[in-house]
Design a protein around this ligand. Structure first.
Ligand SMILES: [Zn+2]
Length: 136
């Protein structure tokens, strides 16, 4: 039997955002509509500036599996405030936090859309309080 869901969400592993993640899914209609969830520290950083080839391929394979098995047409890339995967070497000045994430989110979105024609990427940034903004 075929299973289908709308989207895959790439999100950080950070436990502090469990409730916020599910509130986000609910808000986007993805609890009822369904979303595959991949949780990995740093989320889009693993596409834009991966620590290794292996982690990059792991994420791409998860998206490909979701596409093949569940026929997703959307990938949400969601980075968040105060992410432990981003150290001072990434964000030397906290005023640059959103800017650094924006760069990685947009780069990740481009990688996903080029690798998977027909899939739309939605890059988003989540604040610790759960507010989430689209990144453009
Ligand atoms: Zn994080």
């Amino acid at each position: 039997m075929a299973h289908k869901c709308r989207a895959l969400v790439l999100f950080c592993m950070d436990y502090r955002l469990n409730r916020q993640l599910f509130a986000f899914l609910d808000h986007e209609g993805l609890l009822a509509g369904g979303a595959d969830i991949v949780r990995l520290a740093g989320a889009a950083k693993n596409l834009a500036r991966p620590a290794s080839e292996a982690v990059f391929h792991f994420v791409m394979e998860q998206i490909d599996t979701s596409r093949r098995l569940h026929h997703i047409d959307t990938v949400y890339l969601v980075n968040h405030e105060d992410c432990g995967a981003y150290g001072p070497e990434d964000i030397p000045d906290s005023n640059q936090e959103l800017q650094v994430h924006r760069r990685d989110l947009l780069a990740g979105a481009k990688i996903v859309e080029e690798a998977f024609p027909g899939i739309t990427a939605h890059p988003c940034f989540m604040w610790l309080d759960g507010r989430c903004q689209a990144v453009t």
